[in-house]
Write a protein that binds this ligand. Structure first.
Ligand code: CP
Length: 312
């Protein structure tokens, strides 16, 4: 595998889940695979889990991770083609990507969307520019439209925790005060579409994800109806896609409660705002899988890095 930038880079999700679970059972088995190899982690945005779990994955493979907060610490990077650089940007992505490629054998990038310019966000300018101008493999640590390390992690977590051959999985929107990206919901949807699960989405009117992502997945605007017989409820806020980046609804009735959850397991990528997205009684109960999800981030990243290292 050259790059990992989308859930679509997973050729067989069941095989990948099996391989990631094998890594989890024996995380240091391939400690020499990444010897003398460097992973560069470039963050244009904040992170706790992605930053630490991806470094941990690299260390488990014997790689040397180096990290940079690009926004703030590096020179402002210009992505426009032919731009007269007389503004705030000091270095072009052509030079930046080529230079970092000399220091690193693999580059991982996190760059969120603007949520103000749909066309620009969907062009994935930052991620695709690294793919184009770097001479080494690129891993997405969350881009404008996808979070494939998280989506694969969530697939592993469901496979580990299901007691049924074909569980029912619900992706539920929940309220938030800020405009949030679609990336986690998009990648989770794509991952579930690859798995043998009954998958539905529930969100208020005006909050349907891109039809290019949801395809023929059933969408309910009635959360109670969607939750019937659910085995897993994956919760996430996202801003409106149609009225791009807008917060149209903050109705607290969409918050996840213990009563609504019933016997289902609760999932969220974290960070999560307590008693806004989900009540304490859910997060503090046995039904919550959020800590295990975060643990699985390491093994998802480790499998991706292993596949890339084997092809270097
Ligand atoms: N879930 C996730 O990507 O967490 P961070 O934003 O903390 O990396």
């Amino acid at each position: 595998m050259k790059n990992y930038t989308s859930i679509n880079d997973i050729d067989n999700i069941n095989t990948w889940i099996k391989e990631a679970r094998e890594i989890k059972a024996n995380p240091f088995e391939n400690i020499d695979l990444g010897k003398n190899k460097t992973l560069g982690l470039l963050f244009f945005n904040s992170s706790l889990r992605t930053r630490l779990s991806t470094q941990k994955a690299a260390l488990n493979l014997g790689m040397n991770p180096i990290v940079m907060n690009v926004s703030g610490d590096a020179w402002g990077i210009e992505f426009g083609d032919g731009t007269i650089m007389n503004g705030n940007t000091a270095e072009h992505i052509k030079e930046a990507a080529a230079v970092v490629s000399q220091y690193c054998n693999v580059i991982a990038v996190r760059a969120f969307p603007s949520l103000t310019d749909k066309e620009k966000d969907e062009s994935e300018q930052v991620l695709k520019s690294f793919v184009k101008f770097a001479s080494v493999p690129i891993v997405s640590m969350e881009s404008a439209t996808g979070h494939p390390l998280q989506g694969f992690t969530d697939a592993i977590t469901i496979a580990e925790n299901t007691t049924k051959k074909r569980p029912k999985v619900v992706l539920s929107w929940a309220p938030h005060i800020k405009a949030l990206p679609h990336a986690v919901a998009n990648s989770f949807t794509q991952a579930m579409q690859k798995m043998d699960v009954e998958f539905v989405i529930t969100n208020p009117e005006g909050y349907n994800l891109s039809p290019d992502i949801t395809k023929d997945t059933k969408i309910f605007h009635n959360q109670e109806e969607a939750f019937k017989n659910a085995d897993f409820v994956y919760t996430k806020n996202w801003s409106s896609y149609d009225d791009y980046g807008k917060v149209l609804n903050t109705d607290p009735n969409w918050m996840i409660t213990k009563e609504k959850l019933g016997t289902a397991k609760f999932m969220h990528c974290l960070p999560v705002r307590r008693n806004l997205i989900v009540e304490d009684a859910v997060l503090d109960s046995e039904a919550s899988l959020v800590i295990e999800q975060s643990n699985n981030r390491t093994f998802a990243a480790q499998l991706v890095l292993s596949k890339i290292l084997k092809e270097l």
